[in-house]
Design a protein around this ligand. Structure first.
Ligand code: HEC
Ligand code: HEC
Length: 413
């Protein structure tokens, strides 16, 4: 159960700041490379595993700390944080025109419009400082927006919140909206709630966009565009990893209540009671889960499959930009298959795997939550090797821990 979301105490920042001049640091360039090496819009025929569904990053379950005062000094610090970490996508002037933007789908947010989507406040009300902090911390699932809690400390994240607010005068004009109160979360999800939710789904005409069976294929689906004129598909409820906010009951209920401002996803805060909202969320969640019943699904692609059946299969995962396990031990001569299933989508381009000193064709790239991959290679050289994330940005400062050790023990003679 999550604590009720707090209303902001901090005063709205006074005075506008001078916008930064364009400068590309090495980091941005690395990011640009990472985002520009493909895989960004590869969102097709993927599979999702039970593991990924079990550990969601949830917007509503994030433990958001108390905000500091949004002072001009904090915003000045935020400007630097922004320039170094955010501008490659969101643009130095916040207009979503960074070097990577053209390669991202969906597009990064244009902050000068003051249109925010992920928030505790309904409809077009402005987000609270905590809302911005939460989104920045957990990222936006299944998009290029990274979870910055693993990359920036708390103070830097608050600083960048202060700076984001200088891009649009709507924060000063309207102030933060009032966070929604959905009451207590139901203790458990019952069949009755799900059945009731199914009826509400019909009555509220969610199917027009999301489709009768929730596959995101309703009659209006192909015609939808967001406030920036970009095509925007309604969510396919059966792919839990695609829920941008997370797919816990509270995440889904909050989305139904607040809507996604700037997208065709309406707010149902006036149309549905609290109880109806929870029931409807339970129904949506039941669809998301059904796909994961029965455990993991087979890997989407096996590179090096022509080499034959492996002698050893290593299950490799990634969590918070670390490989698990980070040591792999095999025998020389063995045919090794690495089944790689990360727990997040990296910077929207996925993660990779390669072994330094081994055949460079035995590598994987663009491995995502919905796109697990496998690679098979012959451990023909004995010794200690480094394996690493083969997606460009990994070797830079962003993924310093995305590596591990491969120990190939010499064959007994
Ligand atoms: C690799 C590209 C990339 C980088 C780097 C990046 N973002 Fe994003 N960001 C995105 C994308 C793409 C979206 C839009 C997601 C969507 O529309 O669903 C987004 C969305 C957001 C949103 C959501 C706004 C809303 O509508 O609620 C916020 C806030 C945000 N970014 C802040 C930041 C901050 C702060 C940084 C730097 C610390 C940053 N982003 C760095 C790609 C990026
Ligand atoms: C007019 C079209 C439309 C209608 C009607 C509609 N939606 Fe949506 N919905 C969307 C779009 C588009 C998105 C994707 C928004 C995005 O990607 O930011 C979405 C996203 C969602 C999400 C996913 C949020 C996330 O975190 O990714 C949920 C849950 C959802 N809708 C539930 C519902 C329910 C329940 C109803 C009916 C009460 C409904 N929607 C009615 C268009 C619609």
């Amino acid at each position: 159960m999550s604590p009720p979301r707090r209303t902001p105490r901090a005063p709205v920042l006074g005075g506008r700041l001078i916008l930064p001049s364009v400068s590309l640091s090495l980091l941005l360039l690395t990011l640009a490379l990472a985002a520009c090496t493909g895989g960004v819009s590869e969102r097709s025929a993927g599979t999702t595993s039970a593991k990924a569904a079990a550990a969601p990053l949830s917007w509503t379950h994030f433990d958001t700390p108390e905000p500091p005062a949004m002072t001009p000094a904090l915003a000045t610090r935020g400007k630097q944080v922004f320039s170094e970490n955010c501008a490659s996508c969101h643009g130095e002037t916040g207009q979503a025109d960074g070097t990577c933007a053209a390669f991202l789908s969906p597009q990064p947010r244009d902050f000068t419009t003051g249109v925010y989507r992920f928030k505790s406040t309904p409809g077009s009300e402005m987000p609270t400082d905590e809302d911005l902090f939460t989104t920045i911390s957990i990222g936006v699932h299944s998009t290029g927006m990274p979870p910055w809690q693993f990359l920036l400390d708390e103070e830097d994240r608050w600083a960048v919140v202060a700076y984001l607010k200088t891009f649009s005068d709507k924060f000063e004009r309207f102030g933060s909206g009032t966070p929604a109160d959905l009451g207590a979360e139901p203790g458990s999800i019952t069949d009755e709630m799900i059945a009731n939710g199914r009826e509400i789904f019909q009555k509220a005409q969610c199917a027009k966009c999301h489709g009768e069976t929730g596959y995101g294929d309703g009659p209006s689906a192909l015609t939808l565009v967001d406030a920036f004129g970009n095509a925007i598909p309604p969510r396919n409820y059966h792919k839990a990893a695609d829920f941008k906010r997370g797919h816990t009951l509270r995440d889904i209920a909050l989305t139904i209540h607040t809507g996604n401002n700037g997208t065709p996803m309406p707010a149902f805060d006036d149309a549905l009671t609290e109880e109806e909202t929870w029931d409807l969320a339970a129904y949506i969640m039941s669809l998301a889960e059904s796909r994961f019943a029965g455990g993991g699904e087979p890997a989407a692609a096996v590179l090096g499959a022509h080499l034959g059946d492996p002698d050893v299969v290593v299950k490799l995962t990634e969590r918070h930009w670390n490989f698990i396990p980070n040591e792999i031990r095999v025998q020389q001569g063995q045919l090794v298959r690495i089944d790689f299933q990360p727990t997040d989508n990296g910077l929207g381009v996925g993660h990779g795997f390669a072994v330094d000193g081994y055949d460079k064709s035995s590598f994987m790239n663009g491995v995502m939550v919905q796109r697990p991959k496998s690679v098979t290679f012959r451990a023909d050289k004995a010794g200690t090797f480094t394996f690493y994330c083969a997606t460009q940005c990994s070797t830079g400062p962003l993924h310093p821990k995305m590596n591990g050790t491969l120990i190939v023990e010499p064959a007994a003679s």
